[in-house]
Design a protein around this ligand. Structure first.
Ligand SMILES: CC(C)(COP(=O)(O)OP(=O)(O)OC[C@H]1O[C@@H](n2cnc3c(N)ncnc32)[C@H](O)[C@@H]1OP(=O)(O)O)[C@@H](O)C(=O)NCCC(=O)NCCS
Length: 165
């Protein structure tokens, strides 16, 4: 069974290990836990929990919730859901970022991860259209967006803009 689980301060080694299978900045997805010592993982978790509650944000930041994609109790990916857009996020980043651990890719998890994040956005009360921005050459992510009904409304050399109503 696949489901989302919010990041929590008690998440342990299996979550850390999973994050070592996602690059530090893969196709624009930022993974600030990549390559850090395990001793620093609690601080990473604290930062994520704070961000979800809008605690300690810099001026340009918006609250963002982070979820694990769980497959039968095993973490296989991560998604970030920013609670609203800013002008900067409209250009790059959008509402949602997602990544699946490299050893779990190609099994349909990416598509499910975005589907669940879109559902979660509505559950959280985000009513505006949802934006996902993708590097044009990221074929897998484009398929993920298209499979979830994303409308490609704009494309530049740097990004494709998919909207979900
Ligand atoms: C993008 C990503 C989340 C896709 O995850 P995934 O679990 O492999 O995706 P799925 O298995 O659901 O596959 C989705 C589609 O992409 C296709 N696909 C998978 N890997 C692919 C590849 N390397 N090249 C082209 N298409 C690919 C699949 O065949 C599938 O297409 P289909 O609907 O025609 O069958 C994953 O590759 C990833 O984490 N990449 C690094 C981070 C990233 O790019 N995040 C997105 C930033 S916008």
């Amino acid at each position: 069974m696949l489901y989302l689980q919010p990041v929590s301060l008690t998440d342990g080694r299996e979550f850390y290990d999973m994050l070592q299978h996602i690059g530090a900045k893969e196709n624009g997805f930022l993974n600030s836990a990549y390559g850090i010592p395990y001793a620093d993982f609690p601080a990473y978790l604290t930062r994520k929990v704070d961000m979800a509650q809008g605690v300690g944000l810099e001026d340009w930041m918006v609250p963002a919730s982070t979820f694990w994609l769980m497959s039968d109790g095993v973490p296989v990916g991560q998604g970030n859901l920013r609670h609203r857009l800013t002008d900067a996020l409209r250009e790059a980043g959008g509402h949602i970022g997602y990544a699946v651990a490299s050893d779990h890719r190609g099994k349909g998890y990416g598509k499910e991860l975005l589907r669940l994040l879109l559902e979660e956005a509505r559950r959280m009360g985000i009513t505006e259209e949802i934006l996902v921005t993708v590097y044009p050459d990221n074929a897998a992510s484009r398929r993920v967006a298209e499979a979830n009904g994303g409308q490609l409304r704009r494309e530049t050399e740097e990004r494709a803009y998919y909207w979900f109503s």
